[in-house]
Each structure stands twice: as structure tokens, then as C-alpha cells.
Design a protein around this ligand. Structure first.
Ligand code: 5GP
Length: 195
């Protein structure tokens, strides 16, 4: 799980991490947000109407969902179940509310929060993104303080000052996590007598 206030560079970092770790799957979320220029349905998100999203909530189709910046976002239960059945790892780019729901559900995951170096840099990055209207930028900046306050609930904090270093840090965390005793134990030979 990777969370961050918008503008912290999470989308670019996730893209790079997916390229570095080919075995890692991407969870494509459902959202009611309008498509941004350059985005593709079924690639960046599954873009759906509000009534479709609400029906999916009712059907229990989401393992977590949340309202973020006035739109709904959710992770499909099917994606995680399929990956779990196949023993694959999944990268989730979700907000702190979704991460909190998954943490509470006892999901065995690695919770990483990306921070901007400071608030001024966050404002600059949001403004230079050029994909959102002024009021959207203002709303996202206003929400950022509340989002950052949630960082203490995550396993790891990564400051995205120098992009390549932030990517390297997250890559190192994910690699190290695969060597944790509780994850390794089931993969070892019976003859070690460790199971
Ligand atoms: P954006 O609209 O900029 O793509 O995303 C806005 C926020 O929604 C980001 O913080 C992103 O992580 C979060 N988000 C994207 N997909 C999901 C999801 O499936 N569930 C939750 N809870 N948040 C999501």
C-alpha cells in the first residue's frame, strides 16, 4: 500500500516501482472522478458513474473504498483475491482512509507513506501539474495537512525530495520485506524443521 497527499509524486513513483519489480501487479482502482487528459479507462482507473460505484459498494465488490477530494475511489476485492490465490504481490496506490480500512481488516501488507519535503514544495508540484483547475488544486492542498497527520499510522515514511532516491528507498523496503521470517518460513524446505 502506498499513500501520500496528492502532489507528493506517488503516481510517478508507483510507475517506476512497477517497472523495477515485474512480478508486482498493479491494482487498477474504480473511481467516479472525471478522466484527466492522457488517462485511459481500464489502464489508469476504471472510470464509472456514481450509480455504478454505489451498486458495487452494495454488492460488496470493494475490499476498501473511500471518498477522496469529492470523488469515490475503491479497490476491487476480486483483484486481491486473485493475486492471493496465485501468490502474487499487488501494489495499491490508495489514500490513507483506504489504507486504514485494509490495516484494520488484518491484511498482511506493507504500508508506506510518501511525504513531500515541505508544504511549499507540495504547493508548487500541484500547481505545475497543470491537469487540475485552481479550485481542485486548492482543495487538494487544504486536504494535505489532514492526510499528512495520518502518516504516523504507516510502517514506513519516505520523503520524496530526490525522485530516484525515493524510488530506491521504496524498492529496498519491498525487497527487504520479502525476507521477513513470517513470509519466508513457508517457502523453506521441510527438512529445516522450521514450519
Ligand atoms: P487521483 O484523483 O489524483 O488519481 O487520486 C486521488 C487520491 O485517491 C490519491 O490519494 C489516490 O491514492 C487515491 N486513490 C486512488 N485509488 C484509490 C482506491 O482504490 N481507494 C482509495 N481509498 N483511494 C484511492
Amino acid at each position: 500500500m502506498i499513500s501520500a497527499p496528492s502532489g507528493a509524486g506517488k503516481t510517478s513513483i508507483c510507475r517506476e516501482i512497477l517497472a523495477l519489480l515485474p512480478g508486482l501487479r498493479q491494482s487498477i482502482s474504480y473511481t467516479t472522478r472525471a478522466m484527466r487528459p492522457g488517462e485511459r479507462d481500464g489502464v489508469d482507473y476504471h472510470f464509472v458513474a456514481l450509480d455504478v460505484f454505489q451498486r458495487m459498494i452494495g454488492d460488496g465488490a470493494f475490499v476498501e473504498w473511500a471518498q477522496v477530494h469529492g470523488n469515490y475511489y475503491g479497490t476491487a476485492r476480486a483483484i486481491l483475491e486473485e493475486a492471493s490465490a496465485e501468490g502474487a504481490d499487488v501494489l495499491l496506490d490508495i489514500d490513507f482512509q483506504g489504507a486504514e480500512q485494509l490495516r484494520r481488516s488484518g491484511l498482511s501488507g506493507v504500508f508506506i507513506f510518501i511525504l513531500p519535503p515541505d508544504m511549499e514544495e507540495l504547493r508548487k508540484r500541484l500547481a505545475s501539474r497543470n491537469t487540475d483547475d485552481e479550485d481542485v488544486i486548492a482543495r487538494r492542498l487544504a486536504n494535505a495537512a489532514g492526510e499528512i497527520a495520518e502518516a504516523v499510522n504507516f510502517d514506513y515514511l519516505v520523503v520524496n525530495d530526490v525522485f530516484e532516491q525515493a524510488v530506491e528507498m521504496i524498492w529496498a523496503i519491498l525487497i527487504a520485506e520479502t525476507a521477513r521470517t513470517d513470509r519466508m518460513i513457508d517457502t523453506l524446505p521441510e527438512e529445516f524443521g522450521l514450519k
